[in-house]
Design a protein around this ligand. Structure first.
Ligand code: HEC
Ligand code: HEC
Length: 447
């Protein structure tokens, strides 16, 4: 008995010693590297690598067959080409494309072309240049389909259209891709409005073209309404626009429900958007959206139970999900916030009964069911009531610094972080001093 205990004690001692050595050894990094994997372990690693790459490709380049909608039905490619290039109207120059928030992937540009652009030798006022960029697959989130003679036949969109931007390293709007960062400049409504044929919208919503254009114009840059073709609610009861901010698709691993009103998980929402918003060909099922009182438009159109063949979405959902969960929230650049104030703000954020009760670090949302009633957070229920949940999801806050342009909360109703803090201060009766508020803001900027 005693011998056994001694052996155990020796083993524990050796174990601890081992840990101490590993921690002290300068080559501890090397020691932590996994041994060459075999069998099922190796299969898991290979699978992860494949999923990541497939998911990235889908996120960036897969139109899911959405060209049947954006090109074939709306004829948007014709408006981009312009009458001189076989389309209609004046066409869309690169300058205009950049002005409505489209981004250009500098890695897709041949170096000779980059030199010409830098030397001012490329005509950025000519729609033909836009077509050339589209053919190079350089316009983030938009793919053109061409005829044998090089003319553009159709076009489709990708996830990256709304959820990628570029780092502007070449020129404003032109640079390396930043997947998962919301395109804060993208004016989806202005782009859709260019379409020569808006009949798919007028038919679905039962309104005229002027009304559709008014609604599209109401969103502005960085906003989109993913519920319009479900409930037909074009504007809020107070007459304001009904779109929500295009959110980041980063920092979502560990977060239970996705979107501001938590209709489902990330992959749930990918099917929703891929099939019912991008109009890719696929399968989407959610009986909640067949409720004719809450969702008269989708109850009638049958979009809540879409079964298109061939299904070009479903087989891609797993890798797409995996890829998004791999995108970290980007770290705030050094110097973009005050470090001492950040530390004081952190203590406030985490003190009992304050922010961290809901925004639980390091997820900054609740582990579990991360949803709250509108009354709990002191805002109106309009958007919550458009969702099957009638609630708002605790926004995961990491990487907030990367999307401050359009304001905060689901619709950007608070222009600044200080406005958000003031709202909570009043709503929760926090009695924060002006200095406390500033510290909280610095913390929010740095997480
Ligand atoms: C036309 C613009 C647009 C396109 C294209 C688009 N989305 Fe979104 N996405 C949005 C908007 C707007 C929301 C916010 C909806 C809400 O909060 O109600 C959103 C929400 C999300 C979210 C939830 C983020 C969070 O904080 O929980 C994820 C993830 C996402 N989209 C991924 C994708 C993927 C993947 C694709 C491609 C299959 C895609 N989106 C295509 C506009 C778009
Ligand atoms: C009762 C739970 C709860 C508490 C407590 C809470 N929040 Fe929130 N917070 C939410 C929810 C839910 C949202 C999403 C609101 C929306 O999308 O309209 C949110 C959104 C935010 C946003 C906007 C994020 C974005 O992407 O626009 C910020 C910033 C924020 N909270 C900071 C704080 C701070 C600071 C505190 C403490 C003073 C706090 N929250 C306390 C639930 C809470």
């Amino acid at each position: 008995m005693q011998k056994k205990a001694a052996i155990i004690a020796t083993c524990i001692g050796a174990g601890l010693l081992g840990v101490a050595i590993a921690a002290a050894a300068p080559s501890s990094k090397k020691a932590a590297a996994p041994a060459a994997q075999q069998g099922f372990d190796a299969a898991i690693t290979r699978h992860a690598d494949t999923m990541l790459e497939e998911g990235r490709r889908t996120f960036r380049y897969d139109t899911f067959g959405s060209e049947a909608f954006w090109g074939d039905a709306l004829q948007l490619h014709k408006a981009i080409a312009g009458v001189k290039n076989g389309g209609v109207g004046p066409g869309v120059s690169p300058k205009t494309a950049l002005a409505v928030g489209l981004k250009v992937d500098s890695d897709a540009l041949p170096s000779a072309l980059k030199k010409q652009i830098a030397a001012g030798k490329v005509n950025l006022d000519d729609p033909a240049t836009t077509l050339a960029l589209l053919k190079l697959n350089a316009v983030v989130g938009v793919t053109a389909f061409t005829n044998k003679d090089g003319s553009v036949r159709s076009m489709g969109i990708q996830c990256a259209f709304c959820h990628s931007t570029v780092d502007n390293s070449f020129a404003p709007g032109i640079g390396k891709r930043l997947d998962g960062w919301p395109n804060q400049d993208l004016n989806v409504g202005a782009i859709v409005s260019l379409a020569p044929n808006l009949k798919p919208f007028t038919d679905l919503l039962g309104v005229d073209v002027a009304t559709v254009k008014k609604v599209l114009a109401s969103w502005g840059p960085g906003r989109y309404d993913a519920f319009l073709n479900k409930d037909g609610k074009a504007l809020r009861p107070d007459g304001k626009q009904a779109g929500t901010l295009i959110p980041p698709a980063f920092g979502l691993a560990g977060v239970d429900l996705a979107t501001s009103t938590g209709s489902g998980s990330v992959t749930y929402w990918n099917a929703y958007v891929g099939v019912t918003q991008m109009h890719g060909l696929g399968t989407y099922f959610d009986a909640r959206f067949g409720d004719k009182d809450q969702y008269p438009v989708s109850a009638k159109s049958g979009a809540w139970n879409t079964r298109e063949k061939p299904d070009r979405v479903t087989a891609k959902l797993a890798a797409l999900h995996f890829y998004q969960l791999s995108i970290p929230a980007p770290k705030a650049p050094a110097g973009s916030y005050d470090k001492a104030a950040f530390e004081r703000g952190k203590a406030l954020f985490n003190s009992p009964g304050k922010c961290a009760t809901c925004h639980v670090p390091p997820l900054f949302t609740e582990p579990g069911h991360n949803m709250h009633t509108p009354a709990e957070i002191g805002i109106d229920s309009f958007q919550a009531d458009r969702s099957p949940t009638h609630m708002y999801r605790t926004a995961p806050l990491a990487g907030l610094w990367a999307h401050q342009k359009r304001g905060f909360f689901h619709d950007g109703r608070f222009a600044t972080l200080l406005d958000v803090v003031n709202h909570y201060n009043a709503h929760f009766k926090l009695n924060l001093s002006d200095a406390d508020k500033k510290d909280l803001v610095e913390y929010l900027k740095g997480i």
